[in-house]
Design a protein. Structure first.
Length: 92
């Protein structure tokens, strides 16, 4: 995905992202560098599109979590190939 706009539908990334915020996402940054801890990414997980922050990287797999730990699903390791893109801008 070169660029895409996604609407936030949950509370797991609060306070940084709130429900109904829109974000611009692109895969372009990962053509030039690898994902980094702290990046906010959109990815596929169990046939769902999700948004989380990268917490840990190891051997082509990433650990992600929402900023609102009390309202974030526990997600197993995510494959780097399942990343759709990095959040570049938030549209309020």
């Amino acid at each position: 995905m070169v660029f895409g706009i996604f609407r936030i539908s949950g509370h797991s990334m609060m306070p940084y992202l709130k429900p109904y915020d829109r974000v611009i996402v692109s895969s372009i940054p990962y053509y030039f560098s690898k994902p980094k801890i702290g990046d906010i990414i959109v990815f596929k997980y169990n046939s769902k599109t999700m948004i989380k922050r990268i917490k840990k990287l190891e051997n082509g797999k990433i650990t992600v979590a929402g900023d609102n730990i009390s309202d974030s699903l526990k997600i197993e390791l995510v494959e780097v190939r399942d990343i759709l893109g990095k959040v570049l801008w938030v549209l309020f």
